[in-house]
Design a protein around this ligand. Structure first.
Ligand SMILES: [Zn+2]
Length: 334
């Protein structure tokens, strides 16, 4: 690879300094209302001597709230006396998207989780991705990225990691997932892993852990509690924060193949036939898509192509052809 130019992002914090720093990743962004303006991405660095480094992110997608709620709180309340090593917290990674309450950036329509490895001379979203790729990920031992369903999906609350070719790396990631202690723990399969932050971290050999904790463009009391307890558990498990992991019961789930996913083939009004977490048999109708242009038309039936439980569903009441309607997962017997 030819040498890339330096990142245009300047941190106002020193990642090597002990103590707590609340600052910004400042990205120049010249525009109509601010000729020499910047995007100011909040960052907190908490360091206490040598030790492992955790890189924690929320708001990779701007309409998912459990991560930002847990991470702004953690940045405000974690005491560096209880830290050994470094915790880097970026509660709203795609900050322009987070401020707009949208999945992608209002500036360039960039989906952060499809923009890696990014470009130092690209769009705003690509410049943020590049900074994580070349400046922040290399510092980290463990990388934790919060997600939820956003405005268009809703999930049973789970913590997840991917099956990986490096089994030692995979084992460490699944151990961190277990420590998070969400009601569900997922061995995750991606529809399309190209450009994901997950893939960037995993290819660097990092322990990468993520979540899907709800959705609908909001959060719930239960899912926020899960997020706050879970992230402390992961930091304790990694030996970065003092204290015992607060173990909870978790049900492991597996997404064994592409048969997990169902997609709409027509536009219409969606009727959920199965609720989140309910069991589903192979061939069973999980949703109906009702045509709304005229009366007298039968609904399109979405049938399960495997047995399992409903792990995710389309959230808004109207659906378009190509939308993901449902995701099934298989309970793994412990
Ligand atoms: Zn997301």
């Amino acid at each position: 690879m030819s040498a890339l130019r330096p990142s245009p992002i300047t941190p106002t914090v020193d990642f090597e300094r002990d103590g707590v720093q609340h600052g910004f990743l400042r990205l120049p962004y010249s525009r109509d209302d601010s000729a020499w303006g910047s995007v100011m991405i909040p960052v907190c660095v908490m360091r206490n001597g040598k030790g492992s480094t955790a890189l924690l992110t929320g708001g990779n997608h701007g309409d998912e709230y459990e991560g930002p709620l847990a991470l702004y709180e953690l940045a405000r309340t974690l005491d560096p006396k209880n830290v050994s090593g470094t915790v880097i917290i970026v509660p709203a990674m795609n900050y322009p998207a987070f401020r707009a309450g949208t999945r992608t950036s209002p500036i360039d329509k960039g989906n952060m989780n499809r923009s890696f490895p990014g470009r130092p001379d690209g769009t705003v979203t690509e410049k943020i991705a590049d900074y994580f790729q070349r400046e922040l990920l290399p510092r980290a031992d463990i990388v934790f990225d919060f997600h939820s369903g956003g405005k268009t999906l809703d999930f049973v609350p789970f913590c997840a990691a991917h099956t990986l070719p490096d089994k030692a790396q995979e084992k460490k990631a699944f151990a961190a997932v277990e420590a998070f202690s969400a009601p569900f723990s997922m061995r995750m399969t991606e529809i399309d892993a190209v450009g994901m932050y997950d893939t960037a971290a995993e290819e660097m050999g990092k322990v990468f852990v993520t979540t899907e904790l709800g959705g609908g463009g909001t959060s719930r009391a239960e899912t926020v509690r899960i997020a706050r307890r879970g992230i402390l558990n992961v930091l304790r498990h990694a030996g970065i924060v003092d204290g015992e992991v607060e173990k909870g019961r978790t049900q492991w789930l597996d997404m064994p193949s592409g048969d997990c996913f169902a997609f709409a083939e027509d536009d219409g009004m969606i009727e959920t036939v199965v609720d989140l977490g309910e069991p589903v048999k192979d061939g069973q109708v999980v949703a109906r898509i009702h045509p709304v242009g005229r009366t007298g038309q039968p609904p399109q039936e979405i049938r399960a192509r495997m047995s399992g439980l409903l792990a995710a569903r389309h959230f808004p009441g109207l659906v378009k052809a190509g939308d993901c309607v449902s995701v099934l997962a298989v309970a793994v017997r412990e």
